[in-house]
Design a protein around this ligand. Sequence first.
Ligand SMILES: [Zn+2]
Length: 59
Amino acid sequence: MAFMVMVNCPTTNEPVFTGLTVETVHGFEAGTYDHLSFSNCTSCGGDHTWSKPDAFLGS
Ligand SMILES: [Zn+2]
């Protein structure tokens, strides 16, 4: 089962999907995610930049 990498939208503070998925929790913990960005935030429609400390896993 894959996990969705989520961040809290800085505008609405709601959890939003970054577009990135990982196969395992370990895969996320072992990864390096620094200043990644995504567009069309599902909460506010904006563009956001995020780094690993901002992220958490959804399912
Ligand atoms: Zn947003």
